[in-house]
Design a protein around this ligand. Structure first.
Ligand SMILES: N[C@@H](CCC(=O)N[C@@H](CS)C(=O)NCC(=O)O)C(=O)O
Length: 203
């Protein structure tokens, strides 16, 4: 299988971490939708990465569909629980963490526009989502070792990618000071090989 993705994309990072944890071999094709020569729309009509291309040329997107496919493709390191209640909790965490990344990404994209075209209301609205998502993740994590349940799973991976994206693109948000429990979790995740090997490149 092939993964079409980019080194700086947090959703791609989530998928790459899942591939690594599950020890699934794949061909990594780097393609950024913002590149004028991008071929991403040939694989995903939405023009977004990541896209997983299976050996029979079936294309899978978005990252949430891809990670579910991958978790079922191999029994190694199950990352999404079978039990319905536990699974829904993990997927909810993923939605929260990915949603935090969506809002952070919207801020990054807006700030790249010419100053006169930027909307401060839009940035404030997205910042509110990031702030509330961070508080919700911190409150729900509490003093527990992992985000959902008592084992490392997809909820931790999604949260680690969301926090890593904030460090990468919006480093002025000092989430560690306000939410030390998220800092502790991020520190623990940052020691895993799957996280080390997928750190976004220097800007
Ligand atoms: N919900 C999607 C989000 C994917 C996404 O927004 N990817 C960004 C790169 S980080 C992208 O491809 N942006 C290009 C665009 O929106 O045109 C997922 O989880 O895969």
């Amino acid at each position: 299988m092939k993964l079409i993705a980019a080194l700086a994309s947090p959703y791609s990072r989530k998928v790459r971490i899942v591939l690594a944890e599950k020890k699934i071999e794949y061909e990594f094709i780097i393609d950024s939708p913002g590149d004028p020569a991008t071929r991403v729309p040939e694989y995903n009509p939405l023009g977004k990465i990541p896209v997983l291309v299976l050996d029979d040329d079936t294309t899978l997107f978005d990252s949430r569909v891809i990670v579910e496919y991958l978790d079922n493709a191999s029994p190694v390191s199950r990352l999404i629980p079978d039990d319905t209640r536990a699974r829904i909790q993990v997927r909810r965490w993923e939605a929260l963490a990915d949603g935090c990344t969506d809002a952070a990404n919207a801020i990054v994209v807006e700030k790249r526009r010419a100053a006169a075209q930027q909307s401060s209301e839009w940035i404030t609205r997205q910042q509110g989502k990031v702030d509330r998502a961070l508080k919700a993740m911190s409150d729900e994590l509490g003093t527990r070792a992992w985000c959902s349940g008592d084992h490392y799973n997809l909820s931790d991976i999604a949260t680690g990618c969301a926090l890593g994206y904030l460090d990468f693109r919006l480093a002025d948000i000092n989430w560690r000071r306000e939410y030390p429990n998220l800092g502790k979790l991020a520190e623990k995740l940052s020691k895993r090989a799957s996280f080390v090997d997928t750190v976004p490149p220097a800007k």
